[in-house]
Design a protein around this ligand. Structure first.
Ligand code: ADP
Ligand code: MG
Length: 687
């Protein structure tokens, strides 16, 4: 009886092949839907429900999909037409009206319709012909007809009906094996269903209410488990033995801050303190520094880098583009001119002997601060003693990049800076394992940028306006449309606009051109020349987007502004308003739809990056806002981080408490611990 014993120990981790009818082919088809085990199958939830409630003839519209119930008047008739095609007609009596139901190519249904019995049929109503094209027989011979049908995303290789059958079979055989994952305390506190009731309610709801309650539980559970994984990751990375303790020299740091040509804003002081506290602690810092464009993140970076250097560590600053890396390099060289800090620049453009020497110096600990692009974390770049790594704009060290650093033998503190403010809900999902510092204040004396939106036929007026600005000694950016399809189109466009601008402004003013296909040296030279006011108008593609600083540029005109994401427009706009003059941003757009109109209005209405980001999130969704690759946004199956953000916030708080207190490991939460262990691999690639 050994074999028999084995058969009776069912477990949710059993492969789907234990179900009748699942051979190698179906197994493969299911695998493509990421369904391998019974548990996967039970958690393969419908994405919507079809309302199967029976309707009366007078409440349905033409072509509507409905369920009708009636009595079979006469035996069905099957007739053939065309080659191998047939149709089955059956007459039903509904409220004294006789209607015809037609099924195509399902002659075997004939046996279901017994004269004089009641049947329920789902199909598409044709009002003119008073007939129903039958799609599904829901109930025969006076059976109770279901109120809902669960609709799953199926594939070519596995059909809806097969999925339904398998899920039903799995539930019948394994329902008793389903145990709770959510701690009982949370179930009670938030009136959530047990795991089994939730799975039942998701797949086979009897009422709309049951379906809703099940979904509510499923959403919470999905967020909660994700947050548990993040919080555990965070805790692991903060383990005391892992981090470096940076004993910086407070005295030196103060002296340095005093040399700055301005007083730090309150917000800058606060975040410097937050970061320095992390540096001093034995914990591993993993912090996100967010602040609107122009809020002064660079100087914060400089201060904390200097702190680490006074403690004897090397630091790295990684920027997303060559231009930005060079700008930081020059800027920091100036900031540290009177201090004993050796700064190096490493980008793709640094080659040959220079590069070799630089890498040798770095490995020997003779470079204190290395600034560069992604080249920084490539193989062959070896630090002697890296204590702090900072990324500027957009880039952040993901789990994988941190792993690269770790494999190089470091465990540096990490600070990611971003000027794309992240709405709270996204910060929780995408950066849940990080601590967040926010600079929510601009340096004093900034005059808010005035933004206006015009139609393309008003461009001549706008150019006249810009001309006036130029006459006052200011400079202007002209941003060319974003053409995603091809870079060469981009260039052509930029060149056409460049010529137009030359026609408009020369010879009184000079016009320059900057685009993505220029060599780095050319780009750099162009930026230098613009900064030196050798030309007054810069026609540019979006290469200009990040971080570039020319305080005298006070006007910007953006063509086809509705093609850009709001956060991107905000970034672009942040290139002006950096000096003491009032600045003007003119958006040129002829939006074709309401969404476009609303986006332009948002830009005009606010200069607050957080509000822009929130609106962007609402209008475009999280993937687009963060950018697919760098988002680290997990795919949620039922939950939606935007629509369900309250659940997300609660889930984060609860997960954090359970992890910090260690309560998740208590016996009463056994189910949770087991689940997390079993699914650990799902959470390894959070980035
Ligand atoms: P971002 O946060 O966009 O990177 P930056 O660091 O480039 O902003 O700072 C924008 C400008 O503001 C720079 O010219 C910088 O020198 C200046 N700045 C930074 N902090 C202050 C401050 N507290 N007071 C006045 N100017 C400041
Ligand atoms: Mg910056």
């Amino acid at each position: 009886m050994k074999g028999g014993d084995k058969m009776t120990t069912k477990h949710l981790t059993d492969p789907v092949t234990v179900l009748a009818g699942v051979g190698p082919k179906k197994e493969q088809a299911l695998k493509e839907l990421k369904i391998v085990t019974i548990d996967d199958l039970l958690h393969y939830f419908p994405f919507r429900y079809e309302d199967l409630k029976v309707k009366a003839l007078n409440e349905i519209n033409d072509q509507e999909k409905v369920t009708l119930k009636g009595v079979v008047i006469a035996p069905p008739i099957v007739s053939r037409f065309g080659r191998g095609r047939n149709r089955l007609n059956v007459r039903l009596l509904i409220d004294h009206a006789a209607i015809i139901v037609t099924f195509f190519n399902q002659p075997w249904l004939k046996d279901k319709f017994e004269t004089g019995t009641e049947v329920a049929i789902y199909g598409k109503w044709d009002a003119k012909r008073k007939s129903l094209t039958g799609m599904k027989v829901l109930a025969v011979k006076n059976e109770a007809s279901p109120q809902f049908a669960s609709i799953y995303s199926a594939s070519k290789r596995i059909r809806q009906t097969t999925l339904v059958k398998l899920i039903r079979a799995a539930y019948q055989a394994y329902a008793t094996q389903i145990t709770d994952v959510l701690p009982a305390t949370l179930q009670q506190k938030y009136r959530l269903m047990s795991e089994r009731a939730m799975i039942h309610g998701m797949h086979f709801p009897k009422t709309q209410t049951e379906a809703k309650a099940a979904r509510r539980t499923a959403i919470f559970e999905e967020f909660f488990l994700f947050q548990m994984a993040l919080q555990l990751l965070k805790k692991r990375e903060q383990a005391p033995e892992q981090g470096v303790k940076v004993h910086y020299d407070n005295q030196q740091l103060r002296q340095f801050i005093q040399t700055l040509p301005f007083e730090l804003t309150h917000a800058q002081k606060r975040v410097v303190n937050e970061i320095c506290r992390d540096l001093k602690s034995p914990y591993h810092m993993n912090r996100l520094l967010q602040g609107d464009v122009g809020s002064g993140k660079t100087i914060v970076a400089a201060i904390v880098m200097y702190a680490a250097i006074t403690a004897g560590y090397q630091v790295a600053l990684m920027a997303p583009t060559e231009i930005l890396a060079q700008q930081h390099y020059k800027n920091l060289q100036r900031v540290f001119a009177d201090f004993d800090v050796k700064i190096g620049l490493l980008t793709g453009a640094v080659k040959g002997k220079t590069r070799k020497q630089l890498l040798a110096d770095l490995a020997a600990g003779q470079i204190d601060m290395l600034i560069g692009t992604h080249a920084l974390i490539q193989t062959g770049v070896d630090f002697a003693n890296l204590g702090l790594a900072i990324t500027d704009e957009q880039h952040r060290f993901g789990v994988n990049q941190r792993r690269i650093l770790r494999e190089k033998g470091y465990q540096p503190d990490i600070l990611a800076m971003t000027a794309t403010p992240i709405p709270r809900t996204l910060a929780i999902t995408a950066f849940g394992e990080m601590d967040v510092s926010t600079i929510d204040e601009l340096p004093a004396g900034r005059i808010p940028i005035k933004t206006s939106w015009i139609r393309s036929n008003q461009v001549p007026n706008a150019l006249a306006f810009i001309q006036k600005e130029l006459a006052q000694g200011r400079q202007a950016y002209i941003v060319t449309p974003l053409i995603e399809e091809s870079e060469s189109m981009d260039l052509k466009n930029a060149q056409a606009i460049f010529e137009k601008m030359q026609a408009a402004f020369t010879p009184t003013y000079q016009v320059g051109l900057l685009h993505g296909q220029m060599k780095n040296e050319e780009k750099e030279q162009t930026m230098q020349d613009f900064k030196a006011n050798q030309f007054q108008v810069l026609v540019t593609t979006t290469v200009i987007e990040v971080g570039v600083d020319v305080p005298n540029a006070a006007a910007m005109l953006i063509f086809d502004a509705d093609r850009f994401g709001l956060s991107q427009l905000h970034q672009l706009r942040g290139r002006i308003g950096r000096g003491h003059a009032a600045s003007f941003c003119i958006l040129v757009a002829d939006p074709k739809n309401q969404n476009g109109i609303e986006r332009m209005k948002t830009m005009v209405a606010t200069t607050d990056g957080f509000q822009v980001a929130q609106k962007d999130l609402e209008l475009r969704g999280p993937g687009d806002v963060l950018g697919e690759k760098q988002s680290g946004m997990p795919e949620f199956k039922v939950a939606d981080p935007v629509a369900d953000y309250r659940a997300l916030e609660v889930a984060q708080i609860e997960a954090q408490q359970l992890v910090v207190s260690g309560a998740w490991q208590r016996p009463e939460n056994h189910g949770l611990a087991v689940y997390l262990k079993q699914h650990a691999q799902n959470y390894q690639n959070l980035d």
